[in-house]
Design a protein around this ligand. Sequence first.
Ligand code: ADP
Ligand code: MG
Length: 264
Amino acid sequence: MVAASPGPAAPASGASGATGAVPVVELRDVWKTYGEGETAVHALRGVSLSVDRGDYVAVMGASGSGKSTLMHVVGCLDVPTAGDYRLEGHDVAGLNEGQLALLRNRRIGFVFQSFNLLPRLTAVGNVELPLVYAGAPRPDRRRMAMETLAGLGVADRAHHLPSALSGGQEQRVAIARALVFAPALLLADEPTGNLDSQATAEMLRIFDRLNGGGVTFIVVTHEDHVAAHAKRVVRIADGRVVDDDRVAAVEDPPPALLAEEAAS
Ligand code: ADP
Ligand code: MG
């Protein structure tokens, strides 16, 4: 997508070495305003936030505080009204709609609260979709989708329709779809909101394992026990970051994995 050019200002993306790595997410004084005049809503009021590769961030805050707006901006589903956003060093404001869509599709995985699987496609068909949009050749698509499903332990369900999957299996297929491109960043907005406690625990284990393997996470939640899986807790109130707590080092395994290792 972004060709390695010899140009002077082209920021390195991907594996740029351990030192001086470009943050995955870098927001500087970002504002997002919906509407204008007297009815304008300032959903974000000067958010600055930097997230390094490998971090696991929980975003917490009251309803209406701007969490979903923040996720939309970070996920390139929406652009800031003011301020600067760099995704892996790329200035998002400088991109047109097509480039933005490309960046979003290839570099960011989304886990939605409702899994949004297409009912007429099999599990593997759903996981292949982002690759179809990207124009990947059919054999590559199938292989990548199958590998991702296998990594999540649901390869044996690949040829079933979503209606034939359990909730937990659907959730794994949805995560596989988000991961099939090996995105730089995985975003989840209240991913456990509709899950029972067992499915929640399962999803959190998967997230822990993926983060332990290097996937960068930002997860919106209002539940303390979900946030307890993160390495860092950012609190939002009235469109501002009011608290930013580092719980574990970026390069460490997530807290729950560490505890598990310690116990075994
Ligand atoms: P949260 O996810 O923390 O509940 P949101 O980011 O959804 O908060 O919303 C923040 C504020 O922006 C709220 O006041 C909400 O009503 C408003 N808002 C969100 N989306 C829109 C929109 N598309 N148009 C107008 N106002 C919006
Ligand atoms: Mg929300």
